[in-house]
Design a binder for this molecule. Structure first.
Ligand SMILES: C[S@@+](CC[C@H](N)C(=O)[O-])C[C@H]1O[C@@H](n2cnc3c(N)ncnc32)[C@H](O)[C@@H]1O
Length: 398
C-alpha cells in the first residue's frame, strides 16, 4: 500500500460540533493575575483554570439574569433591544404614536399600551427595571408646592415618578437631550434629580456621546441611572472614536429620493470651484429681504471634513444655514425629520444607514414610510450606548 496520497478510512480527527469545539483567544494580563489564576483556579492546565474561574463568576452573576423591565415612551424599542440581549423580559410598554406602535409590534410581537397619563400605576405588573426617554417639558414653579414631586405635576416626568414611587423597581435608566442639563438654568435637572432622590433612589447622571461607543454619529445625550440602594456605579468608559460614515454608508446605493437638489449640488460645486477658505456665495440668488439676501451666505470646509454654510459676513458667521457631512466625517445627531446629507456623494442617508447610525440590528424591520422610519430613528436611543450602560448597571448592582 502506498504511503503517499489518498485518504485512509478512519484516519485523521473526527469533526467536533461547534458547541464543544475549542477556539484559542489571546488575553493580556499582568503577572499578579496569572499567579492568582494558578492559585485559585481548578484544573490541570492554565487554560482549564481560567475557564473554571470564568464560569464560576458567570454563575455568581446569574442573579442579574431574567429581570423584568418596563419600556416607557417606548418609541421603537431602543432600550428593549439592549435589555433583551442581556436576557431580561419586558412586561409592559407604553407608546402612543400609532406608527411607532406598528414598528414596535412588527419587531417585538407585542403592542405597547397607549397614553401613559391614562394608565394607573396599579395596573402595571411588577418589574425590576424601568426605562424611559421621556419628553423634556418645563416644570411649573408657581403656586404652593409641598415637595419636588409636586413641582413636576402635569408633566410626563411626573408619570415616570409616580410609577417608580408605586412600584419601587430595583433600578431605572432615563435618557434625554443634552440640553436638559442647562434647561431653565439647570433648575429642571435639579428638580428631576431631587425628586428621584426624594423617593430614596441613589441617582447618577452623565452626558455620553454615541460616537465614542462605535457609531459614526455625534449624539450627546443625558443619561440618568438610579438604584433602590447605594451603588458605587460607574458609567461606561467612552472609547472607540475612530468610526466615520465610510463604515456604514453603501456608496453603491442610489435612489432618486436620496439625491440632493440641483440647488444644493450647485452650491456645493461652487464651494469646491473656489480657492478661498471661506467662500462667498451669490447674494442675488436669495430674496433680498431675507437674512440670506441681506447678509449673504458663506461656505466653509471644516477640518473635520464637514461643509458648513453660514449667513453673515466672512468674519461673522454665527448663523448656521446648512450642514453637510462626508464619508470621512461623523454625522451630526440625527433628529426627527432631519437625516444627514453628504457633500462628497451628493446624497442624504437612507433608512438603513440611519438605522446603523443608531446601532439597531440588521434584522430590525420598518413597515412604515421612509419619512416615518427616519423620524422614529431620530427620536430613538443609540443602542450601543444603552447596551454599555445596562451592562454597568447590572454589574454594579451587586
Ligand atoms: C424621545 S421618544 C423615545 C424613543 C425611544 N426611547 C426609542 O428608543 O425609540 C419619546 C416617545 O414618547 C412618546 N410619547 C409622548 N407622550 C406620550 C404619552 N403620553 N404616552 C405614551 N407615549 C408618549 C412619543 O410618541 C415618542 O415616541
Amino acid at each position: 500500500m502506498s504511503r503517499h496520497g489518498g485518504t485512509r478510512v478512519g484516519s485523521g480527527r473526527s469533526k467536533l460540533s461547534p458547541e464543544i469545539k475549542k477556539k484559542s483567544y489571546k488575553v493580556y494580563m499582568n503577572i499578579e493575575t496569572s499567579q492568582q489564576i494558578e492559585l485559585f483556579g481548578v484544573g490541570e492546565s492554565f487554560s482549564s483554570k481560567v475557564i473554571d474561574l470564568v464560569q464560576s463568576e458567570i454563575k455568581n452573576r446569574s442573579h442579574i439574569k431574567e429581570m423584568r423591565f418596563i419600556d416607557l415612551f417606548a418609541g421603537i424599542g431602543g432600550f428593549r433591544i439592549a435589555l433583551e440581549e442581556f436576557g431580561h423580559k419586558c412586561v409592559f410598554s407604553s407608546e402612543m404614536d400609532k406608527y411607532c406602535q406598528k414598528v414596535y409590534e412588527d419587531n417585538f410581537k407585542d403592542t405597547p399600551s397607549g397614553d401613559i397619563t391614562q394608565i394607573s400605576e396599579n395596573s402595571i405588573p411588577d418589574f425590576d427595571i424601568l426605562t424611559a426617554g421621556f419628553p423634556c417639558q418645563p416644570f411649573s414653579y408657581a403656586g404652593r408646592q409641598e415637595g419636588f414631586n409636586d413641582k413636576t405635576r402635569g408633566t410626563l416626568f411626573f408619570d415616570v415618578l409616580r410609577i417608580i414611587k408605586a412600584k419601587r423597581p430595583k433600578m431605572f435608566l432615563l435618557e434625554n437631550v443634552k440640553g436638559l442639563k442647562s434647561h431653565n438654568n439647570g433648575e429642571t435637572m435639579d428638580i428631576i434629580l431631587s425628586s428621584l432622590k426624594e423617593l430614596g433612589y441613589d441617582v447618577h447622571w452623565k452626558i455620553l456621546d454615541s460616537h465614542k461607543f462605535g457609531v459614526p454619529q455625534k449624539r450627546e445625550r443625558w443619561y440618568c441611572v438610579g438604584f433602590d440602594k447605594k451603588v458605587d456605579f460607574k458609567f461606561p468608559i467612552q472609547t472607540n472614536p475612530n468610526t466615520t460614515l465610510k463604515d456604514i454608508v453603501d456608496v453603491e446605493a442610489k435612489h432618486p429620493d436620496l439625491e440632493l437638489s440641483e440647488f444644493e449640488k450647485s452650491r456645493i460645486q461652487h464651494h469646491f470651484s473656489s480657492s478661498e477658505i471661506r467662500v462667498p456665495h451669490d447674494n442675488s440668488m436669495y430674496a433680498p429681504n431675507t437674512k440670506k439676501g441681506k447678509h449673504g451666505v458663506f461656505s466653509f470646509l471644516k477640518s473635520d471634513k464637514t461643509l458648513r454654510f453660514h449667513i453673515g459676513d466672512a468674519a461673522k458667521t454665527q448663523i448656521q444655514e446648512a450642514y453637510y457631512c462626508s464619508l470621512d466625517s461623523v454625522a451630526p445627531a440625527i433628529i426627527a425629520a432631519r437625516e444627514p446629507k453628504l457633500w462628497d456623494i451628493s446624497r442624504r442617508l437612507s433608512v438603513d444607514e440611519c438605522r446603523k447610525l443608531q446601532g439597531f440590528p440588521d434584522k430590525f424591520i420598518f413597515n412604515v414610510s421612509n419619512l416615518q422610519a427616519k423620524k422614529q430613528l431620530g427620536n430613538s436611543v443609540a443602542v450601543p450606548v444603552i447596551r454599555e450602560i445596562v451592562r454597568n448597571m447590572l454589574y454594579y448592582y451587586k
